[in-house]
Design a protein around this ligand. Structure first.
Ligand code: SF4
Length: 230
């Protein structure tokens, strides 16, 4: 690992430590654990879902359970392991009862995702499902219309390919969605070979990439102890 990569990884651990004790939005009162994300801190490929569910909240890990198992299987289908990619959500804490994220929660939590993209430096960011897709593409066009076609966007101060994909949970419910998700995954190896995109074509406002602030000085958890980052 180059010293630049090592430095970015260390900074990611710092952001993890900030998030682990974050109380910037009301979800801090109801979560069990912050689900920061896990995987390769130097990944070319990132996945971003909506928010942790009940099991993720319990374990502190993203995409566990049946949807997570399908994501692992889809990755294996393109010769990748979970350790090769980075998996996260827009919101790092579970909304009670899996209700829709509220604007204040999104606004408060977005800087963490921006910092993750800034430090991991992926080439391709796959948005999983409608919510993450609309937020990261800054468009109200639904997932069924945009899935499987890469876009170019500026995230966390970087220009990346954004690949909208169906959410694995939707694929578990509907076999035809699973087939589509599988065929969209098959496009990823070629996309990853492409040169990083030039600047985002349309001048649209991007989510804030300001440093997330934490009122807590000491980290509650150590990312390295948890083995979150490869
Ligand atoms: S801003 Fe994010 S990490 Fe902080 S409490 Fe809200 S959801 Fe959790």
């Amino acid at each position: 690992m180059s010293s630049a990569s090592e430095q970015r990884r260390e900074q990611l651990v710092e952001v993890f430590n900030e998030a682990a004790v974050c109380e910037k939005c009301p979800l801090s009162a109801t979560r069990t654990r912050v689900v920061f994300g896990s995987g390769n801190a130097d990944a070319d490929l990132m996945f971003v879902g909506e928010a942790p569910g009940a099991e993720e909240d319990r374990q502190g890990l993203p995409f566990v359970g049946r949807a997570g198992a399908l994501l692992t299987e889809l990755l294996e289908g393109i010769d990748l392991r979970r350790e090769d990619v980075f998996i996260a959500n827009v919101l790092k804490c579970r909304p009670p009862g899996n209700r829709d994220p509220q604007p204040i929660e999104i606004e408060s939590c977005e800087p963490y995702l921006a910092r993750q993209v800034q430090l991991i430096e992926p080439r391709v960011v796959c948005t999983l499902g409608n919510f993450a897709t609309k937020l990261l593409t800054r468009s109200q066009t639904g997932i069924t219309k945009v899935r499987g076609a890469p876009q170019v966007h500026s995230l966390g101060g970087r220009t990346v390919f954004v690949m909208p994909l169906f959410h694995p949970a939707a694929a578990l419910r509907t076999p035809s969605v699973a087939d589509t998700l599988r065929s969209d995954f098959a496009k990823l190896p070629e996309l990853l070979k492409q040169a990083p995109p030039d600047a985002e074509p349309a001048a649209t406002p991007e989510p804030s990439n300001a440093e997330p602030q934490s009122s807590q000085a000491e980290p509650a958890l150590e990312a390295d102890q948890l083995g979150l980052f490869g």
